[in-house]
Ligand binder design. Structure first.
Ligand SMILES: *Cc1c(COP(=O)(O)O)cnc(C)c1O
Length: 239
């Protein structure tokens, strides 16, 4: 059996090759795309190894797992991203370790995050999670605001103390018109991001693409890709 560090190093190298190739194909600089490794379900020891291997951005989707993991890894030079559906009763904990919350999708969450960030004396980055398959006024099955709700939410975040509007995030829909068409989904997200920057020029993060579709995301202008399985392996159970 290969040792874990070697395995992670190999996987990282393969993902790095994929990102580089996708950047080259799209005529983009490699430096314009940031790799975020999604460490959910994997132990703090893996996070530590990843940091030693040069990873600087990690993501988690459940506060119960993320909070102790981030505490164990507090000595590492890591940026923590929160990418899961977030209940308002968890925000006080999340803002203590998350540099960016990528799953902001409703006004109530903006209010709660803002209050928690101010209380913690932190500035928390916020991405609007867009549910590309959600109807007007509804939320996506896995969270996210419908595209026509982005502007109002952006204004709310921009006006909220303790929060910094950083951009948008999406997960390629599994159902609806974008099912099986991640490239089209990410192109739509790019349009939304471009529209957002008209009124919020600093909101230039576009978080899209996972292990299966990171090439599509890079081709469609993503600035951040969130890769779990391809680096850490297939997760033991679905979350
Ligand atoms: C788990 C997760 C990822 C990573 O998915 P993989 O297919 O394992 O690369 C990315 N984004 C979000 C929001 C996730 O929950």
């Amino acid at each position: 059996m290969t040792d874990r560090r070697e395995q992670l190093a190999e996987n990282l190298a393969r993902v790095e090759e994929r990102i580089s190739a996708a950047c080259a194909a799209a005529g983009r600089e490699r430096a314009d795309v940031t790799l975020i490794v999604v460490t959910k379900t994997y132990p703090a020891s893996d996070v530590r190894l990843l940091a030693e291997l040069g990873v600087r951005h990690v993501a988690e989707n459940r506060d119960q797992d993320a909070a102790p993991k981030a505490a164990e890894c507090a000595d590492l030079p890591l940026n923590w991203h929160f990418v899961g559906q977030l209940q308002t009763n968890k925000v006080r904990s999340v803002v203590t370790y998350a540099d960016v919350v990528q799953s902001v999708d409703r006004p109530k969450l903006v209010t709660a995050l803002s209050a928690a960030a101010v209380r913690a004396g932190r500035e928390t980055g916020a991405l609007i999670q867009v549910a590309l398959d959600a109807e007007s006024g509804e939320r996506g099955e896995r969270g996210g605001v419908a595209p026509d709700g982005v502007e109002a939410l952006a204004d709310a975040i921009a006006a909220a103390e303790g929060l910094r509007l950083d951009g948008v995030m999406t997960v390629a829909p599994l159902a609806g018109t974008y099912a099986g068409r991640p490239r089209a989904a990410f192109e739509r997200l790019r349009e939304i991001a471009t529209g957002l920057r008209v009124s919020h020029p600093a909101a230039n993060m576009v978080s899209a693409g996972m292990s299966a579709d990171l090439e599509d995301a890079v081709a469609a202008g993503a600035t951040h890709v969130r890769v779990g399985t391809a680096v850490l392996g297939v997760r033991p159970r679905l979350r």
